[in-house]
Design a protein around this ligand. Structure first.
Ligand code: NAD
Length: 489
């Protein structure tokens, strides 16, 4: 069985770990590889090399620093199918979903290639008489990202293209549940020609994370994952004097107004709730119908849930793959049962089903729960599976109050043909990403990705100009050059 390696100083190195985990294909439970749980010594070695590389990398002109990114874009496009299959095999999503993931990764590389413009500072001549003031941006040093399992080929790209184009050196700690795609990405990163030490990969779990959080040489930490881990990482990074941006979990409500285009709404919401088996931080997980939308939407979404074909994501006719693990399947099925016990009606039940030919896979079929009590655990907890809970309101005021009465604030959406209600929703909802007749309101790479509330800890978000600000520190120079000092030639 292949044991994955770390990428340090421009080459592949065996981890010094004693412990390792098996990486499984969740559709079949077959073992794909073994991932080492690297100890602190591996992290320390990577940081030492990166600190040395930083001395020269920050002096490299920004127009030269983006050249490996241009090459990486081409390599990602050339290897898209291979990367997509790797994502499908270790994470479970369909090939269509995996390809889309790579597309967003490429987009972030493209945006970071604008660094010669993005990194520019500001200045003001004669801020006082004969005094000029300039604000310049400089890189931080060595920075690190810790990422989750659900987008193995994309989430690191919310950070590293910006970090390295801005002159930092970067360390990635992928999810130990899906480390194979990062291995392939780093083969491309190696081929793209970054100087040794600029890009580092350390596989592992908690020990590697804690070593990152405690290492004085790491100046900033980007995290994406569940809310409890985000809070932990945010506080430990801050206690160690680091910058941190920590994106957490979600429970995304979607309001369906009676005037919505029901055919379009159902199609889009079925994809939002059940796409990627509900394992997206922007998955719709609660639909709040208003007034007469209740009966039409309930019937149509139930039909859409039943018609979705579930199976191994690399097969051409499959709409939805498995969830990540046996524990995850048990947890999701437990939350469906809790919803039922709290009084919800199970309209479509995806529990306890087997997929022919993949009997050992971790499949939960699309599930629709009706009349879920808003205060129940099922309505408030992030399920992270293909489960849509329905709650019914009489007015838009009631619907907005339900949307705003939760602790998460990653995304909120409305489906309506009424512009005034859409505007009111956009204005009043407490969420960082808002969809209007859109079911997965994922910002393109030229905009920041902005969770609120318990979905985000920090201030500067991922992607675009927020990433540039996060990965640079500003220096303000105030200068005076009196005329009398001028030499005559
Ligand atoms: P997770 O929190 O279990 O793990 C994320 C990372 O943290 C992994 O690399 C893991 O090794 C590390 N980690 C986990 N527990 C740790 C601990 N106790 N100490 C130190 N490190 C630890 O998350 P996951 O299950 O991999 O991912 C799913 C979660 O990510 C969901 O909650 C989802 O909503 C969230 N997510 C959020 C966004 C967003 O943009 N807000 C995007 C994608 C996923």
């Amino acid at each position: 069985m292949e044991r994955l390696q770390n990428f340090i100083d421009g080459g592949w190195r065996a981890s010094s770990a004693n412990d390792a985990l098996k990486v499984l294909n969740p559709a079949s439970a077959t073992v794909l590889a073994e991932v080492p749980l690297s100890p602190a010594t591996d992290v320390n070695a990577a940081v030492e090399v990166a600190e040395r590389a930083f001395i020269e990398w920050r002096r490299t002109p920004v127009v030269d620093r983006i050249q490996p990114l241009f090459r990486l874009k081409t390599l990602l496009e050339q290897h898209r199918e291979e990367l997509a299959l790797s994502i499908t095999n270790e994470c479970g999503k369909t090939l269509v979903e995996s390809r889309a993931e790579i597309l967003r990764a490429v987009e972030n590389v493209e945006t970071a290639c604008a660094m010669p413009v993005l990194i520019q500072g500001t200045n003001c001549e004669d801020i006082a008489r004969g005094i000029d003031e300039h604000m310049i941006r400089q890189p931080l040093g060595v920075v690190a990202a810790i990422v989750p399992f659900n987008f193995p080929g994309m989430i690191a790209f919310w950070f590293f293209p910006y970090a390295v184009a801005a002159g930092n050196c970067f360390l990635l700690k992928p999810s130990e549940r899906v480390p194979i795609t990062s291995q392939k990405l780093f083969e491309l990163i190696q081929a793209a020609g970054f100087p040794p030490g600029v890009m580092q990969l350390v596989n592992g779990g908690r020990d590697a994370v804690n070593a990152i959080l405690d290492h004085p040489g790491i100046k900033a930490v980007s995290f994406v994952g569940s809310t409890p881990t985000a809070k932990y990482i945010y506080s430990r990074a801050a206690a160690n004097g680091k910058r941190a941006q920590c994106q957490g979990g979600a429970k995304n409500p979607v309001v369906v107004m009676p005037d919505a285009d029901m055919e379009m709404t159902t199609r889009i919401l079925a994809d939002s709730a059940f796409g990627c088996a509900g394992q997206r931080c922007l998955a719709a997980s609660v639909a709040v119908t208003v007034g007469s939308a209740r009966s039409t939407f309930t019937d149509q979404i139930a039909a859409a849930a039943k018609s979705r074909k579930t199976g191994y994501g690399a097969l051409p006719d499959v709409d939805m793959g498995p969830v990540i693990s046996a524990e995850s399947k048990a947890r999701i099925e437990g939350l469906i049962a809790k919803g039922e016990q709290a009084g919800a009606r199970v309209v479509v039940d995806g529990r306890g089903k087997k997929v022919e030919g993949y009997e050992d896979g971790y499949f939960v079929l699309p599930t629709v729960l009706d009349d879920v009590p808003p205060d129940s655990e099922t309505a408030r907890t992030e399920i992270f599976g293909p489960v849509l809970s329905l709650i019914h309101a009489q007015t838009i005021e009631e619907a907005i109050a339900l949307v705003n009465g939760r602790s998460y604030g990653n995304m909120a959406c409305i489906f309506t043909t009424d512009g005034a209600n859409a505007r009111r929703f956009r204005y009043e909802v407490q969420a960082g990403n808002v969809g209007i007749n859109v079911g997965v309101a994922a910002p393109m790479s030229t905009f920041p990705f902005s969770g609120w509330g318990d979905s985000f800890f920090g201030d500067l978000h991922a992607q675009a100009h927020h990433a540039v600000e996060f990965f640079t520190q500003t220096k303000v120079v105030v200068e005076r050059w009196p005329k009398e000092w001028s030499r005559k030639f």
